[in-house]
Design a protein around this ligand. Structure first.
Ligand code: FPP
Length: 241
């Protein structure tokens, strides 16, 4: 028996296939510990590893994390460059590990707005893990749901399609998440109750779970509670039984 016995006892179809997380509260965690915001982001980045390991053990196949939004550029230059450095380090450090553990890594968002160095690193990590499929880890970087929809519309227009030909599948196929299943469960930490421009199209029928804990304090046990809460829900996708 693994560590997460209560999840292991659930029927397979009650375990979410795809979990998406809004990693919120790094700054407040840092303030509560009397340390700089960077320390909060560092603790947050470390927790992404802890929580993805726990998800793998629980049998979840996809994790998407909101690491940097199109709005996060408004933060101080110091904070932005620290976050970019953390993302770079994370990708470098985790590439080998991902290959060894059969994990596919993808980045969602407008990559053209990132530094050339980060773009090349992302290309390399994506290409080196594209064939792997024990687990799928997506980082949303320079990502905004409205921006993603806008870029998808531009791609569709550039294909010269007739308006009548455009279906929901056409739109889904032109989003950054093309080919990925929609999230079953969205978790947001730190007590904020909003989606902040994350996966606007893809979250249409997702279940939402909010935790008051700051992201660096969100433990695998908290995650287990979220999964058990999800498993008790009755998903009807707009229909009736
Ligand atoms: C929200 O906390 C968090 C972010 C804007 C960035 C999330 C980034 C990380 C966890 C680090 C980089 C990630 C990886 C995977 C390397 P906040 O700063 O908005 O917190 P606050 O609302 O308490 O100020």
């Amino acid at each position: 028996m693994g560590q997460y016995e209560r999840v292991a006892e659930l029927p397979k179809e009650r375990i979410p296939q795809h979990v998406a997380i809004i990693l919120d509260g790094n700054g407040r965690w840092a303030a509560a510990h009397n340390v700089g915001r960077s320390k909060g982001h560092l603790a947050g980045a470390e927790n992404v590893e802890t929580i993805s390991d726990a998800l793998i053990e629980m049998g979840v196949k996809y994790l998407t994390v909101y690491a940097f939004s199109t709005e996060n550029w408004k933060r101080s230059e110091e904070e932005v460059s620290y976050l970019m450095m953390l993302l770079k380090q994370y990708l470098i450090k985790n590439k080998k590990d991902a290959i060894r553990r059969n994990i596919q890594i993808k980045v969602l968002g407008d990559k053209s707005g990132l530094s050339k160095e980060l773009q090349l690193l992302i290309e390399d990590v994506e290409a080196s893990t594209a064939h792997l499929d024990s687990f799928h880890l997506q980082f949303a970087i320079n990502y905004g749901g409205r921006d993603e929809l806008c870029r998808a519309m531009k791609k569709i227009a550039a294909q010269g399609m007739d308006a009548e030909e455009i279906t929901q599948d056409t739109i889904a196929a032109n989003l950054d998440t093309a080919g990925l299943p929609d999230p079953d469960l969205l978790i947001r930490t730190s007590g904020e109750l909003r989606i902040s421009n994350f996966l606007l199209w893809q979250l249409a029928y997702s279940e939402f779970y909010f935790s008051d804990k700051y992201w660096p304090d969100f433990t695998p046990q908290d995650l287990e509670e979220a999964i058990l809460d999800y498993a008790r829900r009755d998903r009807r996708f707009g229909g009736r039984k």
